[in-house]
Design a protein around this ligand. Structure first.
Ligand code: ADP
Ligand code: MG
Length: 221
């Protein structure tokens, strides 16, 4: 379902190549979830961006569903990413001028008309507990509520893969727990693959499969 093989990533820098990922392979079946931990600067975001096709690896292969997105480029890659992958970042990345409902609908605006999208968006916002906040703009929501909108937005196109990069990193402990629980609830009984990058041992302990990114390689799993 999601398979990465021998991913290597080297950034060119003035002082030569910076080798961030040396040899990363992972495989998750539909419906599986996992946590990736590791110290700051170990390459967690780089790996997530590569899995999410936001950034190409220097070498390696990537399989998402039955597609090899590394062979796609331009619009075809954007369309694939928009349909197949949901992202949640540490910062919510919501558009400030748009309501919660409009933010959730943003990923549905590219491509063909999706007449069922507003109903799906309302349903998702209900599932994250925000039925009473549809018209609120991000500034009119709490940090936890903003992140819940971001979760609904990440799921609106029914992605095969949900990638969360420190999704609770900016939240207090109690709110972080609520958001983590919500992610688990939404994932349970669904068949998308979910990968959560986190510093938090409490968040990581929710997942049976846990990797640590050390020296450009994954340990555990
Ligand atoms: P993490 O998310 O684990 O904190 P990152 O993946 O953000 O780590 O970064 C890993 C390393 O790669 C860091 O040393 C960072 O400075 C470096 N890095 C990240 N992006 C770039 C880039 N675009 N160019 C050069 N170096 C980068
Ligand atoms: Mg990071």
């Amino acid at each position: 379902m999601l398979s990465a093989r021998q991913i290597r990533k080297t950034y060119p820098t003035r002082s030569g190549g910076l080798s961030v990922l040396v040899d990363v392979s992972l495989e998750l079946a539909a419906g599986e979830s996992a946590a990736i931990m590791g110290p700051s600067g170990s390459g967690k975001s780089t790996l997530l961006n590569i899995l999410g096709t936001l950034e190409p690896p220097s070498s390696g292969t990537l399989l998402i569903g039955d597609q090899e997105p590394l062979w796609l480029e331009g619009d075809a890659l954007s369309r694939f990413r928009n349909r197949a992958i949901g992202f949640i970042f540490q910062d919510h990345h919501l558009l400030p001028q748009c309501s919660a409902l409009e933010n959730v609908l943003l990923p549905t605006l590219a491509g063909e008309t999706d007449a069922a999208a507003p109903d799906r968006a309302r349903d998702l916002l209900a599932r994250v507990g925000l039925s009473e906040r549809l018209d609120h703009r991000p500034a009119e929501l709490s940090g936890g509520e903003r992140q819940r909108v971001a979760i609904a937005r990440a799921l609106i196109n029914k992605p095969r893969v949900l990638l969360a990069d420190e999704p609770t990193g900016n939240l207090d402990r109690k709110t972080a727990d609520t958001v983590a629980e919500l992610l688990d609830e939404l994932h349970a009984g669904s068949d998308f693959v979910m990968i959560v990058v986190t510093h938090s041992p409490a968040l990581a302990s929710r997942y049976v499969r846990r990797w640590e990114l050390v020296d450009g390689r994954l340990a555990g799993g």
